[in-house]
Write a protein that binds this ligand. Structure first.
Ligand code: G1P
Length: 299
């Protein structure tokens, strides 16, 4: 039976340093993946997991995220009136629809992912909590809903195998034994282990289903790697008394916190939309029509 994830938290307060200068004024969650911003995929995944409340953690400099999600019936009406329903339809799908609470919480200081999740504590409904890191765009069946269908108890974190040379970039699991199944019991996890110390090559991807007790644990979790309060450390400490499962999801994950990931996700989204072979509109490419250029062509 699929566990309902009544609350889904989307941490979106990070500074996007790896994507400078793109993120100098535009939050990384608003950067384009072909035809929609990175954040849109996280919202759709939270809705697919049947969230009743979505809590988005933002920084005071990133209120454009809140603006983006505001319903805009006037604009939709104007676009429809101009006869462009095909443009109006995606606008109607941006938000979360009636019946889902959208809550914005400010994280003023960049104290880490664990701290960001803790900021949502006053707004969490009873039951296990979903967390989506929007930088990790996953194409395929909605990842959090896949996890909810397999979740039983304790904490569950999405997982993928990475090359050993990449383990220092991720939270890495300590599996309890060999397992071919999607759900792998693990004894703990470690955030971005230094080279040569990773307990495995099974890495955390930014989707979590957390037992509500995580909030208490986070209040006691001290700053860890990078001087930040790490969600990984709180999960690892709970693993002493709660089951911890790594879930090998089906689908492709794109790290949209990097230029390469953004580009690859954009191309995949274009293919998904079935538009890869569409010729560019003639007015979307500006050719150099200066007299100098024209004369070159005619020798
Ligand atoms: C976060 C988590 C890390 C996880 C990663 C997945 O790190 O802390 O455990 O492996 O997301 O993208 P970040 O990349 O935000 O530093």
């Amino acid at each position: 039976m699929t566990i309902p994830l009544r609350t889904v938290i989307i941490p979106a307060a990070g500074q996007g340093t790896r994507l400078l200068p793109l993120t100098r004024v535009v939050p990384k969650e608003m950067l384009p993946v072909y035809d929609r911003p990175v954040l849109q995929f996280a919202i759709e995944e939270a809705v697919a997991a049947c969230a009743e409340r979505i809590v988005i953690i933002i920084h005071p400099s990133k209120t454009v995220i809140r603006d983006y999600l505001q319903p805009d019936p006037d604009r939709i009406g104007r676009v429809r009136l101009s006869g462009k329903d095909q443009l109006a339809d995606p606008l109607t799908r941006i938000g979360v629809g009636d019946g889902i609470d959208l809550v914005f919480v400010m994280q003023d200081d960049p104290l880490g992912l664990g701290h960001a999740v803790l900021c949502a504590a006053p707004y969490v409904l009873p039951g296990p909590i979903g967390v989506i890191l929007p930088d990790d765009v996953v194409f395929g069946l909605p990842c959090l809903a896949q996890m909810a269908a397999a979740y039983q108890s304790g904490h569950m974190v999405a997982a993928m195998t990475v090359p050993r040379s990449d383990t220092a970039k991720y939270g890495i699991f300590a599996p309890m034994g060999l397992s071919d199944s999607r759900s792998v019991r693990v004894s703990g996890m470690v955030e971005k282990p230094p080279h040569g110390t990773a307990p495995s090559t099974l890495a955390a991807v930014g989707r979590y289903i957390l037992d509500a007790r995580i909030m208490d644990t986070l209040t006691r979790t001290k700053a860890g790697r990078g001087g930040e309060v790490q969600l990984t450390d709180a999960i690892a400490s709970d693993a002493a008394h709660l089951p911890l499962t790594a879930f090998r999801f089906a689908g492709n994950r794109y790290d949209c916190g990097t230029f390469e990931g953004l580009l690859a996700a954009g191309v995949a989204q274009q293919t998904k939309r079935g538009e890869s072979h569409r010729a560019p509109a003639s007015n979307s490419i500006i050719r150099d029509t200066s007299p100098e250029h024209m004369s070159e062509g005619h020798g």
